[in-house]
Every structure is written in C-alpha cells, then in structure tokens.
Write a protein that binds this ligand. Structure first.
Ligand code: Z5A
Length: 216
C-alpha cells in the first residue's frame, strides 16, 4: 500500500450526508493555516475542472440513471484525474491536502450502498491509483436520519440540489454508514471515527486534535 508521498500530508474526511465534513474542512484549513501550514482544500467528485463536469453528471437529479458499474468507473475516473492533477502536485509542494471524500466513499457508496464487491474497488484502486492512500482518514459518523435531515434543511434554504444520493432510501444510507465504520475498524491506525452527532465545536475540535496528532 502506497501512503501519500512527497513532503506534504494527505488528510481525508469521510462520512454520510450532512455529517459536517464541509464545515469541519473549512475549520481545519483555517486552523492549520494559522499554524503556518500551506493547505489545499479539495473534494471528490469534482476536485478538477474535468471532475466538475463528472460531478454534475453523477450528482444532479436530472434523469440520470447510472448503472452501478458505470457510476463506479466515473468516480474512479474523477479520482485518477484528481490525484494526478491536484493531490500529488500539492503534496510535492509540501502542502497539507484536505479532501472532502476519497476512495472510502467509493467503498461505502458503490460497495456498501450499491452492492459492488469491495474487492473489485480495492483492485481498481491498486491498479489505477498505485494503491495511493491518505495519511489520515477521519470518518464523521452520524445516524443517516440525522444527517439527511440536516441536508434537507439546508436544501430548503436554497442550497444547490445535488440530491441523487440523498434521495435513496434509508437502508442504502445505513449500509453506507456501516461500511465507513467497518473500514475505520480495519484501518485503525490511519482512520479515526468521530461522533458527529454532537455540537459542531466538539466535532471540529476532535477533528483538529486528530490532524495535529498525525502531523506531529
Ligand atoms: N460519492 C460516491 O458515491 N462515491 C464516491 O467515490 C465519492 C462520492 C467520492 C457527494 O458528496 C456525493 O458523492 C455523496 C457520495 C457520492 N453523496 N451524496 N449526496 P458530497 O460530500 O459533496 O455530498 P454530501 O455528503 O451530501 O455533503 P453535505 O451534505 O454537504 O455533507 P457535509 O459536507 O458532511 O456536511 P456540511 O455541509 O458541513 O453540513 C451539512 C449541514 O448540517 C449544514 O447546514 C451544517 O450547518 C449542518 N451541521 C453540520 N454539523 C452539524 C452539527 N454538529 N450539528 C448540527 N448541524 C450541523
């Protein structure tokens, strides 16, 4: 397994809908910046111009009905472009890269959620991405009922609708959550689960402590 290379650090935040990743990433970027780190904030899908086109195809609700394998390959295509064009160059420059989602999401959504064999996803990751893994993955864990309610409340306030996954049934989201927890249990050293059902300040404080611990 190749860990994130170069001089920088590759940090990933994972979790179900409405877990609080976006807010936590903004907080982490500000805190690390204040400590003198150069930080690149990015996301999947959509961390590159090419990936933004894929993100629209994958997440907009406008009639797209991807077969699970096609959805998987588009997620992987986005990741290859993202790692080659954004993540690795920033790590080579010595930056801390914080990504909103990575391969853990593919294992959770296309694996746990859609039912694709996780071994195939890991094999694709090994072959196409040279088994490139983050230095630290934080799983923000919240029951899907809570996370989906947060996302819907935000949508009601006029957020852009990218609801193709949010619209799936609760069982789908429960399988996604379980997959994240299973992944974290298997990769204990590089993955931390954070209870994201608590107050924002507590969640973000724990995330920062875990990142500072990993950065040494
Ligand atoms: N996907 C996939 O299937 N396969 C893959 O390989 C990859 C992705 C990479 C887009 O991801 C979709 O892509 C995703 C899986 C799929 N599924 N969906 N949908 P995304 O990360 O862009 O979308 P998201 O998970 O829906 O993002 P989100 O709803 O924005 O969640 P978040 O970033 O974790 O949460 P947030 O924006 O920080 O917070 C959401 C709201 O909750 C907001 O109003 C906050 O103020 C509120 N919030 C946050 N924390 C709290 C606490 N602690 N208390 C109360 N309220 C809170």
């Amino acid at each position: 397994m190749a860990e994130a290379g170069g001089k920088g650090h590759f940090i990933v935040l994972e979790g179900g809908e409405g877990a609080g990743k976006t807010g936590a990433i903004a907080f982490l970027a500000a805190e690390l910046g204040a400590r003198g780190h150069r930080v690149t904030v990015t996301r999947e899908p959509g961390g590159t111009p090419e990936g933004r086109a894929l993100r629209h195809l994958l997440l907009s609700e406008s009639g797209n009905d991807w077969a699970p394998m096609a959805e998987l390959l588009l997620m992987v295509a986005d990741r290859v472009q993202h790692v080659e064009r954004v993540v690795k160059p920033a790590l080579t420059r010595g930056e801390v890269v914080i990504s909103d989602r990575y391969v853990g999401s593919t294992i959770a959504y296309q694996g746990g959620g859609r039912g694709i064999d996780a071994a195939l996803i890991l094999d694709l990751h090994a072959r196409l991405l040279d088994d490139f893994w983050p230095d630290l993955t934080l799983v923000l864990d919240v029951p899907p009922e809570v996370g989906l309610a947060r996302s819907r409340a935000r949508l009601a306030q006029g957020a852009v609708d990218e609801g193709r996954f949010e619209g799936l049934d609760l069982d789908f989201h429960r399988r996604v959550r379980q997959s994240f927890l299973d992944q974290a249990a298997r990769a204990e050293r590089f993955a931390r689960v954070i209870d994201a059902g608590r107050a924002v300040e507590d969640v973000q404080g724990d995330a920062l402590a875990a990142v500072l611990d990993r950065l040494g």
